[in-house]
Design a protein around this ligand. Structure first.
Ligand code: UGA
Length: 443
Protein backbone atom coordinates (compact mmCIF):
# COMPACT_ATOMS: atom_id res chain seq x y z
CA UNK A 1 0.00 0.00 0.00
CA UNK A 2 1.03 3.58 -0.50
CA UNK A 3 1.49 5.49 2.75
CA UNK A 4 2.54 9.03 3.65
CA UNK A 5 4.07 9.97 6.99
CA UNK A 6 4.38 13.52 8.31
CA UNK A 7 7.29 14.00 10.71
CA UNK A 8 10.61 12.16 10.53
CA UNK A 9 11.34 12.27 14.24
CA UNK A 10 11.60 9.21 16.36
CA UNK A 11 8.14 7.77 15.81
CA UNK A 12 7.76 8.89 12.19
CA UNK A 13 11.09 7.56 11.02
CA UNK A 14 10.87 4.21 12.79
CA UNK A 15 7.28 3.72 11.60
CA UNK A 16 8.12 4.74 8.04
CA UNK A 17 11.15 2.47 7.83
CA UNK A 18 9.35 -0.53 9.35
CA UNK A 19 6.24 -0.08 7.20
CA UNK A 20 8.50 0.01 4.13
CA UNK A 21 10.34 -3.06 5.41
CA UNK A 22 7.17 -5.19 5.13
CA UNK A 23 6.58 -3.95 1.59
CA UNK A 24 4.55 -0.75 1.76
CA UNK A 25 5.47 2.20 -0.46
CA UNK A 26 6.25 4.92 2.06
CA UNK A 27 6.84 8.62 1.49
CA UNK A 28 8.06 10.52 4.57
CA UNK A 29 7.58 14.25 4.68
CA UNK A 30 9.33 16.77 6.91
CA UNK A 31 9.61 20.56 6.77
CA UNK A 32 13.28 20.37 7.75
CA UNK A 33 15.14 20.40 4.40
CA UNK A 34 18.54 19.62 5.97
CA UNK A 35 17.13 16.57 7.70
CA UNK A 36 15.42 15.32 4.55
CA UNK A 37 18.69 15.74 2.59
CA UNK A 38 20.49 13.72 5.25
CA UNK A 39 17.87 11.00 5.25
CA UNK A 40 17.93 10.75 1.45
CA UNK A 41 21.65 10.08 1.79
CA UNK A 42 20.87 7.37 4.34
CA UNK A 43 22.15 9.33 7.34
CA UNK A 44 19.98 8.88 10.41
CA UNK A 45 19.73 11.73 12.92
CA UNK A 46 18.97 9.48 15.91
CA UNK A 47 20.86 6.63 17.51
CA UNK A 48 18.57 3.62 17.39
CA UNK A 49 19.78 0.01 17.16
CA UNK A 50 18.78 -1.70 13.91
CA UNK A 51 17.30 1.35 12.23
CA UNK A 52 20.19 2.21 9.91
CA UNK A 53 20.17 -1.03 7.87
CA UNK A 54 16.39 -0.92 7.45
CA UNK A 55 16.48 2.67 6.23
CA UNK A 56 19.37 1.91 3.86
CA UNK A 57 17.79 -1.20 2.42
CA UNK A 58 14.39 0.34 1.82
CA UNK A 59 15.90 3.51 0.37
CA UNK A 60 17.96 1.43 -2.02
CA UNK A 61 14.95 -0.68 -3.01
CA UNK A 62 12.80 2.41 -3.50
CA UNK A 63 10.09 1.61 -0.95
CA UNK A 64 11.14 4.44 1.36
CA UNK A 65 11.43 8.00 0.09
CA UNK A 66 11.71 11.42 1.68
CA UNK A 67 10.29 14.78 0.66
CA UNK A 68 9.67 18.31 1.90
CA UNK A 69 6.79 18.73 -0.52
CA UNK A 70 3.47 18.54 1.35
CA UNK A 71 1.33 18.36 -1.77
CA UNK A 72 3.36 15.43 -3.07
CA UNK A 73 2.95 13.58 0.23
CA UNK A 74 -0.81 14.15 0.30
CA UNK A 75 -1.19 13.00 -3.33
CA UNK A 76 1.01 9.95 -2.73
CA UNK A 77 -1.37 7.94 -0.57
CA UNK A 78 -4.89 7.77 0.73
CA UNK A 79 -3.55 7.03 4.21
CA UNK A 80 -1.71 9.93 5.85
CA UNK A 81 0.08 9.39 9.16
CA UNK A 82 0.74 12.33 11.47
CA UNK A 83 3.82 11.68 13.60
CA UNK A 84 4.94 15.16 14.61
CA UNK A 85 5.92 16.25 18.11
CA UNK A 86 3.53 17.24 20.89
CA UNK A 87 5.94 18.99 23.26
CA UNK A 88 4.66 20.21 26.61
CA UNK A 89 3.53 23.83 26.58
CA UNK A 90 4.06 26.14 29.59
CA UNK A 91 1.56 24.32 31.84
CA UNK A 92 2.57 20.80 30.80
CA UNK A 93 -0.36 20.23 28.41
CA UNK A 94 0.46 18.64 25.06
CA UNK A 95 1.00 21.38 22.49
CA UNK A 96 -1.10 20.44 19.45
CA UNK A 97 -0.03 23.19 17.08
CA UNK A 98 2.14 20.94 14.91
CA UNK A 99 -0.51 18.22 14.67
CA UNK A 100 -3.17 20.74 13.67
CA UNK A 101 -0.87 22.45 11.19
CA UNK A 102 -0.26 19.13 9.42
CA UNK A 103 -4.01 18.42 9.42
CA UNK A 104 -4.56 21.76 7.68
CA UNK A 105 -1.90 21.02 5.09
CA UNK A 106 -3.45 17.65 4.33
CA UNK A 107 -6.89 19.26 3.97
CA UNK A 108 -5.51 21.93 1.66
CA UNK A 109 -4.11 19.37 -0.78
CA UNK A 110 -6.32 16.27 -0.52
CA UNK A 111 -7.84 15.42 -3.89
CA UNK A 112 -10.13 12.61 -2.65
CA UNK A 113 -10.94 10.45 0.41
CA UNK A 114 -8.14 10.30 2.96
CA UNK A 115 -7.60 8.45 6.22
CA UNK A 116 -5.69 10.72 8.58
CA UNK A 117 -3.95 8.59 11.19
CA UNK A 118 -2.66 10.24 14.31
CA UNK A 119 0.42 8.54 15.76
CA UNK A 120 1.51 11.43 17.97
CA UNK A 121 0.60 11.21 21.67
CA UNK A 122 -2.40 13.50 22.06
CA UNK A 123 -5.18 14.07 24.60
CA UNK A 124 -8.57 12.44 24.18
CA UNK A 125 -10.62 14.64 21.89
CA UNK A 126 -7.75 15.60 19.58
CA UNK A 127 -9.03 13.50 16.67
CA UNK A 128 -12.21 15.58 16.82
CA UNK A 129 -10.16 18.78 16.71
CA UNK A 130 -8.21 17.44 13.75
CA UNK A 131 -11.47 16.52 11.98
CA UNK A 132 -12.89 20.00 12.66
CA UNK A 133 -9.80 21.69 11.29
CA UNK A 134 -9.89 19.54 8.14
CA UNK A 135 -13.61 20.21 7.66
CA UNK A 136 -12.99 23.98 7.95
CA UNK A 137 -10.29 23.94 5.30
CA UNK A 138 -12.36 21.77 2.98
CA UNK A 139 -15.34 24.10 3.44
CA UNK A 140 -13.14 27.08 2.57
CA UNK A 141 -12.00 25.19 -0.53
CA UNK A 142 -15.67 24.58 -1.36
CA UNK A 143 -15.02 20.84 -1.53
CA UNK A 144 -17.08 18.04 0.02
CA UNK A 145 -14.42 15.33 0.26
CA UNK A 146 -14.90 12.44 2.68
CA UNK A 147 -12.23 11.64 5.27
CA UNK A 148 -11.73 9.74 8.52
CA UNK A 149 -9.48 10.56 11.45
CA UNK A 150 -7.99 7.56 13.24
CA UNK A 151 -6.00 7.35 16.48
CA UNK A 152 -3.14 4.86 16.23
CA UNK A 153 -0.75 5.56 19.11
CA UNK A 154 2.73 4.09 19.18
CA UNK A 155 4.16 2.00 22.01
CA UNK A 156 7.81 2.05 20.92
CA UNK A 157 10.58 1.99 23.49
CA UNK A 158 13.70 3.91 22.61
CA UNK A 159 16.57 1.51 22.07
CA UNK A 160 14.15 -1.25 21.05
CA UNK A 161 11.91 0.70 18.71
CA UNK A 162 12.52 -1.36 15.56
CA UNK A 163 11.84 -4.64 17.33
CA UNK A 164 8.78 -3.14 19.04
CA UNK A 165 7.38 -1.98 15.73
CA UNK A 166 8.05 -5.21 13.85
CA UNK A 167 6.82 -7.43 16.68
CA UNK A 168 4.17 -5.40 18.49
CA UNK A 169 2.32 -6.61 21.61
CA UNK A 170 -0.71 -4.86 20.25
CA UNK A 171 -1.67 -2.48 17.49
CA UNK A 172 -4.22 -0.02 18.73
CA UNK A 173 -6.56 1.51 16.18
CA UNK A 174 -9.18 3.96 17.35
CA UNK A 175 -11.94 4.46 14.80
CA UNK A 176 -15.49 3.32 14.29
CA UNK A 177 -15.41 3.95 10.54
CA UNK A 178 -15.58 0.65 8.64
CA UNK A 179 -13.84 2.22 5.67
CA UNK A 180 -10.89 3.40 7.79
CA UNK A 181 -10.76 0.12 9.71
CA UNK A 182 -10.39 -1.77 6.44
CA UNK A 183 -7.42 0.40 5.39
CA UNK A 184 -5.75 0.02 8.81
CA UNK A 185 -6.29 -3.74 8.79
CA UNK A 186 -4.53 -4.00 5.44
CA UNK A 187 -1.59 -1.82 6.55
CA UNK A 188 -0.93 -3.87 9.68
CA UNK A 189 -1.70 -7.31 8.25
CA UNK A 190 2.01 -8.20 7.92
CA UNK A 191 2.49 -7.62 11.67
CA UNK A 192 -0.36 -9.95 12.64
CA UNK A 193 1.18 -13.10 11.23
CA UNK A 194 0.87 -15.49 14.15
CA UNK A 195 -2.15 -14.06 15.85
CA UNK A 196 -4.33 -11.01 15.62
CA UNK A 197 -2.75 -8.12 17.48
CA UNK A 198 -4.93 -5.29 16.29
CA UNK A 199 -7.41 -3.87 18.79
CA UNK A 200 -10.12 -1.67 17.36
CA UNK A 201 -11.57 0.86 19.79
CA UNK A 202 -13.34 4.16 19.65
CA UNK A 203 -11.11 7.16 18.97
CA UNK A 204 -11.10 8.68 22.45
CA UNK A 205 -10.31 5.40 24.19
CA UNK A 206 -7.34 4.84 21.90
CA UNK A 207 -6.06 8.33 22.70
CA UNK A 208 -6.47 7.78 26.43
CA UNK A 209 -4.91 4.29 26.29
CA UNK A 210 -1.58 5.76 25.26
CA UNK A 211 -1.45 8.02 28.33
CA UNK A 212 -2.81 5.25 30.54
CA UNK A 213 -0.04 2.85 29.52
CA UNK A 214 2.76 5.33 30.17
CA UNK A 215 1.21 6.61 33.39
CA UNK A 216 0.78 3.05 34.68
CA UNK A 217 4.43 2.23 33.99
CA UNK A 218 5.59 5.49 35.54
CA UNK A 219 3.41 4.77 38.58
CA UNK A 220 5.05 1.39 39.08
CA UNK A 221 8.48 3.01 39.00
CA UNK A 222 7.57 5.79 41.42
CA UNK A 223 5.92 3.27 43.72
CA UNK A 224 9.10 1.19 43.79
CA UNK A 225 11.24 4.27 44.35
CA UNK A 226 9.07 5.27 47.27
CA UNK A 227 9.39 1.78 48.73
CA UNK A 228 13.16 1.86 48.13
CA UNK A 229 13.42 5.02 50.21
CA UNK A 230 11.40 3.33 52.93
CA UNK A 231 13.57 0.20 52.74
CA UNK A 232 16.68 2.33 53.31
CA UNK A 233 15.14 3.66 56.51
CA UNK A 234 13.98 0.23 57.64
CA UNK A 235 17.30 -1.48 56.93
CA UNK A 236 15.61 -3.74 54.40
CA UNK A 237 16.78 -4.52 50.85
CA UNK A 238 14.49 -3.35 48.04
CA UNK A 239 16.03 -5.87 45.63
CA UNK A 240 14.79 -8.70 47.84
CA UNK A 241 11.41 -7.01 48.09
CA UNK A 242 11.31 -6.57 44.31
CA UNK A 243 11.84 -10.27 43.68
CA UNK A 244 9.36 -11.14 46.39
CA UNK A 245 6.56 -9.13 44.89
CA UNK A 246 7.50 -9.75 41.25
CA UNK A 247 6.90 -13.48 41.72
CA UNK A 248 3.21 -12.72 42.03
CA UNK A 249 1.98 -12.95 38.43
CA UNK A 250 -0.52 -10.19 39.13
CA UNK A 251 2.45 -7.89 39.77
CA UNK A 252 5.16 -9.39 37.54
CA UNK A 253 8.83 -8.51 37.26
CA UNK A 254 8.65 -5.80 34.62
CA UNK A 255 9.04 -2.13 35.43
CA UNK A 256 9.56 -2.51 39.14
CA UNK A 257 13.24 -1.60 39.14
CA UNK A 258 13.99 1.15 41.62
CA UNK A 259 16.55 3.70 40.51
CA UNK A 260 17.47 7.35 40.24
CA UNK A 261 14.14 8.28 38.65
CA UNK A 262 12.54 7.84 35.26
CA UNK A 263 13.46 10.16 32.40
CA UNK A 264 13.06 10.31 28.65
CA UNK A 265 10.77 12.10 26.29
CA UNK A 266 7.64 10.18 27.25
CA UNK A 267 6.97 9.38 30.90
CA UNK A 268 7.63 12.84 32.39
CA UNK A 269 5.73 14.57 29.58
CA UNK A 270 2.80 12.16 29.48
CA UNK A 271 2.26 11.94 33.24
CA UNK A 272 2.19 15.74 33.33
CA UNK A 273 -0.08 16.02 30.33
CA UNK A 274 -2.53 13.49 31.78
CA UNK A 275 -2.61 15.59 34.94
CA UNK A 276 -3.48 18.67 32.88
CA UNK A 277 -6.17 16.69 31.04
CA UNK A 278 -7.67 15.81 34.44
CA UNK A 279 -7.55 19.49 35.47
CA UNK A 280 -9.32 20.49 32.30
CA UNK A 281 -12.25 18.21 32.98
CA UNK A 282 -12.33 19.29 36.63
CA UNK A 283 -11.13 15.98 38.07
CA UNK A 284 -8.67 16.02 40.96
CA UNK A 285 -6.03 13.33 40.25
CA UNK A 286 -3.78 13.09 43.32
CA UNK A 287 -2.15 9.84 42.27
CA UNK A 288 -0.81 11.34 39.04
CA UNK A 289 0.60 14.30 40.95
CA UNK A 290 2.29 11.98 43.41
CA UNK A 291 3.91 9.93 40.63
CA UNK A 292 5.54 13.09 39.38
CA UNK A 293 6.50 14.40 42.82
CA UNK A 294 8.12 11.11 43.81
CA UNK A 295 10.07 11.10 40.57
CA UNK A 296 11.33 14.65 41.01
CA UNK A 297 12.54 13.73 44.46
CA UNK A 298 14.12 10.50 43.24
CA UNK A 299 16.17 12.37 40.67
CA UNK A 300 17.89 14.02 43.61
CA UNK A 301 18.79 10.78 45.36
CA UNK A 302 22.34 10.40 43.98
CA UNK A 303 23.16 13.99 44.85
CA UNK A 304 21.78 13.51 48.37
CA UNK A 305 23.88 10.37 48.84
CA UNK A 306 27.07 12.05 47.66
CA UNK A 307 26.34 15.09 49.80
CA UNK A 308 25.72 12.78 52.76
CA UNK A 309 29.09 11.15 52.23
CA UNK A 310 31.01 14.41 52.00
CA UNK A 311 29.43 15.99 55.08
CA UNK A 312 26.60 17.93 53.42
CA UNK A 313 26.14 19.76 50.10
CA UNK A 314 28.86 22.31 50.99
CA UNK A 315 31.31 19.41 51.27
CA UNK A 316 31.00 18.92 47.52
CA UNK A 317 32.47 22.30 46.62
CA UNK A 318 35.76 21.84 44.80
CA UNK A 319 35.32 18.07 44.60
CA UNK A 320 35.35 16.13 41.36
CA UNK A 321 32.62 13.59 40.66
CA UNK A 322 32.93 11.08 37.81
CA UNK A 323 29.67 10.06 36.16
CA UNK A 324 29.06 6.77 34.33
CA UNK A 325 26.09 6.95 32.00
CA UNK A 326 24.33 10.11 30.81
CA UNK A 327 21.49 8.79 28.64
CA UNK A 328 18.12 8.38 30.39
CA UNK A 329 18.47 4.64 29.80
CA UNK A 330 20.85 2.29 27.94
CA UNK A 331 20.87 1.91 24.15
CA UNK A 332 19.99 5.49 23.39
CA UNK A 333 21.82 8.81 23.22
CA UNK A 334 18.73 10.62 24.45
CA UNK A 335 19.35 13.00 27.35
CA UNK A 336 15.84 14.38 27.64
CA UNK A 337 14.82 14.53 31.32
CA UNK A 338 17.73 12.21 32.11
CA UNK A 339 18.42 11.73 35.85
CA UNK A 340 22.12 12.30 35.08
CA UNK A 341 21.33 15.91 34.23
CA UNK A 342 19.61 16.59 37.55
CA UNK A 343 22.66 15.18 39.33
CA UNK A 344 25.20 17.04 37.24
CA UNK A 345 23.37 20.36 37.46
CA UNK A 346 23.05 20.00 41.25
CA UNK A 347 26.77 19.21 41.49
CA UNK A 348 27.63 22.30 39.47
CA UNK A 349 25.37 24.44 41.62
CA UNK A 350 27.32 23.31 44.66
CA UNK A 351 30.70 24.02 43.12
CA UNK A 352 31.71 20.49 42.16
CA UNK A 353 33.45 19.47 38.93
CA UNK A 354 32.07 16.72 36.76
CA UNK A 355 33.93 14.21 34.61
CA UNK A 356 31.48 12.26 32.50
CA UNK A 357 31.43 9.22 30.25
CA UNK A 358 28.64 7.60 28.26
CA UNK A 359 29.12 5.02 25.50
CA UNK A 360 26.95 6.94 22.99
CA UNK A 361 25.56 10.18 24.46
CA UNK A 362 28.77 12.27 24.47
CA UNK A 363 27.92 14.31 21.38
CA UNK A 364 24.49 15.03 22.75
CA UNK A 365 26.08 16.13 26.05
CA UNK A 366 28.42 18.46 24.17
CA UNK A 367 25.53 19.86 22.15
CA UNK A 368 23.47 20.56 25.29
CA UNK A 369 26.05 22.06 27.60
CA UNK A 370 28.88 23.22 25.32
CA UNK A 371 32.38 23.68 26.71
CA UNK A 372 32.47 24.48 30.46
CA UNK A 373 35.28 24.69 32.93
CA UNK A 374 33.48 22.39 35.37
CA UNK A 375 32.79 19.63 32.83
CA UNK A 376 35.29 17.19 31.35
CA UNK A 377 34.18 14.51 28.90
CA UNK A 378 36.27 11.36 28.94
CA UNK A 379 36.73 8.77 26.23
CA UNK A 380 36.23 5.65 28.32
CA UNK A 381 34.90 4.37 31.60
CA UNK A 382 38.29 4.17 33.30
CA UNK A 383 39.92 7.41 32.18
CA UNK A 384 36.88 9.31 33.44
CA UNK A 385 37.74 8.21 36.99
CA UNK A 386 41.20 9.74 37.07
CA UNK A 387 41.58 11.98 40.12
CA UNK A 388 37.84 11.98 40.95
CA UNK A 389 36.61 11.90 44.55
CA UNK A 390 33.64 9.68 43.77
CA UNK A 391 31.82 7.83 41.00
CA UNK A 392 28.08 8.21 40.35
CA UNK A 393 26.29 5.72 38.08
CA UNK A 394 23.22 7.02 36.27
CA UNK A 395 22.64 4.55 33.41
CA UNK A 396 22.89 0.76 33.47
CA UNK A 397 24.91 0.26 30.29
CA UNK A 398 26.11 -3.38 30.05
CA UNK A 399 29.77 -2.33 30.10
CA UNK A 400 29.34 -0.95 33.64
CA UNK A 401 28.08 -4.22 35.11
CA UNK A 402 31.35 -6.03 35.72
CA UNK A 403 34.17 -3.48 35.84
CA UNK A 404 37.66 -4.00 37.22
CA UNK A 405 37.29 -2.60 40.74
CA UNK A 406 41.02 -2.66 41.41
CA UNK A 407 41.69 -0.52 38.40
CA UNK A 408 38.89 1.82 39.51
CA UNK A 409 40.30 2.10 43.00
CA UNK A 410 43.71 2.98 41.60
CA UNK A 411 42.27 5.82 39.53
CA UNK A 412 39.83 7.34 42.05
CA UNK A 413 41.03 9.45 44.98
CA UNK A 414 38.62 7.69 47.31
CA UNK A 415 36.62 4.51 46.97
CA UNK A 416 33.16 6.06 46.79
CA UNK A 417 30.37 4.89 44.47
CA UNK A 418 26.81 6.24 44.37
CA UNK A 419 24.98 3.76 42.17
CA UNK A 420 21.58 4.84 40.84
CA UNK A 421 20.93 1.46 39.20
CA UNK A 422 21.91 -1.10 41.86
CA UNK A 423 24.49 -2.81 39.66
CA UNK A 424 26.77 -4.34 42.29
CA UNK A 425 26.73 -6.56 45.32
CA UNK A 426 26.92 -4.24 48.34
CA UNK A 427 28.58 -6.76 50.65
CA UNK A 428 31.33 -7.60 48.20
CA UNK A 429 32.11 -3.94 47.59
CA UNK A 430 32.10 -3.11 51.27
CA UNK A 431 34.45 -6.03 51.97
CA UNK A 432 36.80 -4.57 49.33
CA UNK A 433 36.88 -1.26 51.16
CA UNK A 434 34.38 0.72 49.10
CA UNK A 435 31.82 3.22 50.36
CA UNK A 436 28.99 1.94 48.24
CA UNK A 437 25.66 3.76 48.17
CA UNK A 438 22.85 2.27 46.12
CA UNK A 439 19.07 2.66 45.99
CA UNK A 440 16.92 1.04 48.66
CA UNK A 441 19.60 -1.20 50.12
CA UNK A 442 21.31 -0.96 53.48
CA UNK A 443 24.19 1.57 53.25
C1 UGA B 1 8.24 4.55 27.13
C2 UGA B 1 7.34 3.29 27.16
O1 UGA B 1 8.03 2.22 27.80
C3 UGA B 1 6.96 2.89 25.74
O2 UGA B 1 6.06 1.78 25.79
C4 UGA B 1 6.28 4.07 25.06
O3 UGA B 1 5.90 3.77 23.74
C5 UGA B 1 7.23 5.26 25.04
O4 UGA B 1 7.58 5.59 26.40
C6 UGA B 1 6.55 6.41 24.36
O5 UGA B 1 5.55 6.91 24.90
O6 UGA B 1 6.92 6.76 23.24
P1 UGA B 1 10.87 4.99 26.73
O7 UGA B 1 10.60 6.38 27.18
O8 UGA B 1 11.66 4.77 25.49
O9 UGA B 1 9.47 4.21 26.49
O10 UGA B 1 11.66 4.27 27.88
P2 UGA B 1 11.40 3.15 29.01
O11 UGA B 1 12.17 1.95 28.65
O12 UGA B 1 9.98 3.00 29.28
O13 UGA B 1 12.13 3.84 30.26
C7 UGA B 1 11.69 5.07 30.81
C8 UGA B 1 12.43 5.42 32.06
O14 UGA B 1 12.02 4.60 33.14
C9 UGA B 1 13.96 5.25 31.99
O15 UGA B 1 14.56 6.40 32.56
C10 UGA B 1 14.23 4.01 32.80
O16 UGA B 1 15.50 4.02 33.41
C11 UGA B 1 13.14 4.10 33.85
N1 UGA B 1 12.78 2.79 34.45
C12 UGA B 1 12.22 1.82 33.69
C13 UGA B 1 13.00 2.57 35.80
O17 UGA B 1 13.52 3.44 36.53
N2 UGA B 1 12.62 1.37 36.34
C14 UGA B 1 12.05 0.40 35.61
O18 UGA B 1 11.71 -0.66 36.18
C15 UGA B 1 11.84 0.61 34.24
Amino acid sequence: MKLAIFGTGYVGLVSGACLAEVGHDVLCMDVDQAKIDQLRAGTIPIWEPGLQPIVERNLAEGRLRFTTDTAEAVRHADVQFIAVGTPPDEDGSADLQHVLAVAEEIARHMPAYRVIVNKSTVPAGTAEKVAERIAQVLAARGEAIAFDVVSNPEFLKEGAAVADFLKPDRILVGTRSARAQERMREIYEPFNRNHERTLFTDVRSAELTKYAANAMLATRISFMNELANLAERLDADIEEVRKGIGADPRIGYHFIYPGCGYGGSCFPKDVQALGRIADQVGYDAPLLRAVETVNQRQKNTLFAKLAGHFGGPEGLAGRTVAVWGLAFKPNTDDLREAPSRSLIEALWQHGAHVQAYDPVAMDEMRRLYGPRADLALASNKYSVLEGADALAICTEWQQFRAPDFDEMAALLQTRVIADGRNLYNPERLRAAGWHYYSVGRPA
